[in-house]
Design a protein around this ligand. Structure first.
Ligand SMILES: Cc1cc2nc3c(=O)[nH]c(=O)nc-3n(C[C@H](O)[C@H](O)[C@H](O)COP(=O)(O)OP(=O)(O)OC[C@H]3O[C@@H](n4cnc5c(N)ncnc54)[C@H](O)[C@@H]3O)c2cc1C
Length: 421
């Protein structure tokens, strides 16, 4: 692999860009691996990278049924933040944000992480109190967090709808170190870095069957042949229940729902921050991409499905939510919208845990917040697979937590997966 550095950029600029090697190999599957990770999204790729980098486990394959980053990894609205409050979640997401801060250097790949601030509007004194509680908890943990009053908010973002919005804006809770990254670049960066450490990335390799023997997985059937692995990790996000049933494990406390994202035509710089609001049944988040497009999203499509496409009422809902907060977008043209399949859990928190099968490990339940989590998810999933013990930050993020009454319900929304955004 040719490293990206000033010398190689200059050299290849002079020789017609002929000296760059492939970003990652396209190997044939081997018959045996130490670890097989199913799912070539961000979580699967990050896990493979940290297995090789942190634990020196390099005989690893990532099996991806399509192309890497073709799932939620390349479909999200790229918001990265760590404004979580519950024990375990807070430490996990803060570690993730710290990994994001050095990720381009770590991977030798520009993931375009832009710490432009995450501005979460509040519209009532009650919402302000609740934001103050959450952001004070963050400060007590040493995470950056601040509250902006209306005057400060107006100065920072003058063109929000302050005058006649349906729900008056009172201020905002802000995390300045939060922001956006380029999602494809993260997938490519992890793939390239993992490959350079010896990991095989096998695209067009769909897992179609799982053979069990004496309480463990003996082999995996794929569209590219049968492959054996001493350990197997699932990191297939919205398809987790499908793989779970393939392994004859029954049902999971996960529902698969669709979430849409929207991208407009490019315009001049309009919005420097990620702006979010949720009130009166509306949920909306928006930022501006480096190319100038407005990128936004809202709620789930409200019904369960494995289809990677969305329904029209949500297009209208999201457009209305956009207009409520930024009426200046009224005449902008929507270029594209699409959907991804979200692995929504009963309490809105994730699973990084062992399973009833001795050599199978589960990484799932990212709801619609798994992009920001991907570095830490890979880090702690690799740690679990390598060391067999869940790290303290994730030791409650298992399948037994509901039986034990340890719900990690960050949003306080109750046991209805579609309410956990
Ligand atoms: C519209 C939208 C907006 C979002 N916005 C944000 C956001 O702003 N911030 C944030 O933090 N998160 C966001 N998310 C959530 C985030 O994208 C996901 O939680 C995260 O990407 C899930 O992990 P992943 O990347 O590994 O999943 P995926 O990329 O979906 O990876 C799973 C992979 O498994 C593969 N697979 C499935 N079945 C098989 C099989 N049988 N064999 C082999 N491979 C298989 C799939 O093809 C897929 O590539 C958003 C998601 C969507 C859809």
């Amino acid at each position: 692999m040719t490293r990206f550095n000033a010398w190689n950029v200059i050299k290849n600029g002079l020789n017609g860009q002929s000296g760059w090697s492939r970003q990652w190999r396209d190997p044939e599957p081997k018959s045996n691996y130490d670890v097989i990770i199913v799912g070539g999204g961000l979580h699967g790729l990050a896990t493979a990278f940290y297995l090789a980098k942190n634990h020196n486990i390099k005989n690893v394959a990532v099996l991806e049924k399509g192309w890497i980053g073709g799932g939620n990894a390349g479909r999200n609205t790229t918001i990265v933040r760590s404004n979580y409050m519950m024990p375990g979640n807070h430490e996990f997401y803060e570690h993730s944000l710290k990994l994001w801060e050095n990720l381009s250097h770590e991977l030798n790949y520009n993931v375009m992480f832009s710490q432009r601030a995450h501005v979460s509007l509040f519209h009532s004194p009650g919402a302000r109190d609740s934001a103050a509680r959450r952001y004070n908890v963050m400060r007590l943990h040493g995470t950056d967090a601040e509250l902006w009053d209306l005057k400060t908010l107006k100065k920072k973002i003058p063109h929000l709808n302050y005058d006649d919005s349906r729900f008056p804006i009172l201020g905002a809770a802000v995390q300045r170190r939060a922001g956006n990254a380029r999602h494809d670049a993260v997938a490519w960066g992890y793939a390239r870095a993992a490959d350079s450490l010896g990991v095989d990335i096998l695209q067009n390799c769909e897992v179609t069957g799982i053979t069990r023997k004496n309480g463990s997985i003996e082999s995996i059937q794929t569209s590219r042949g049968t492959i054996k692995g001493k350990k197997v990790g699932f990191a297939v996000a919205g398809n987790t229940s499908v793989l779970w049933q393939m392994a004859e494990l029954g049902n999971l406390p996960i529902e698969s729902h669709k979430l849409q994202a929207f991208v407009t035509e490019s315009i001049k710089p309009l919005l420097d921050q990620v702006v979010v609001y949720g009130v009166g049944g509306a949920h909306f988040y928006i930022s501006q991409s480096d190319k100038g497009s407005m990128v936004f999203g809202g709620d789930l499509d409200w019904y369960k499905s494995y289809a990677q496409r969305g329904n029209l009422p949500i297009v209208q809902d999201s457009a209305e939510a956009a207009m409520a907060i930024l009426p200046c977008l009224g005449r902008i043209r929507l270029l594209r919208h699409w959907a991804g399949v979200m692995d929504m859990t009963m309490d809105g928190s994730f699973f990084i845990c062992k399973t009833p099968i001795s050599n199978l490990y589960l990484n799932a339940g990212w709801n619609y917040g798994g992009f920001k989590a991907s570095p830490a998810s890979g880090w702690y999933f690799a740690d679990l697979i390598a060391n067999e013990n869940p790290h303290n930050y994730v030791h409650n993020h298992n399948l037994e937590r509901f039986e034990k009454g340890i719900n990690i319900d960050e949003r306080g929304a109750g046991p209805d997966p579609k309410l956990h955004g």
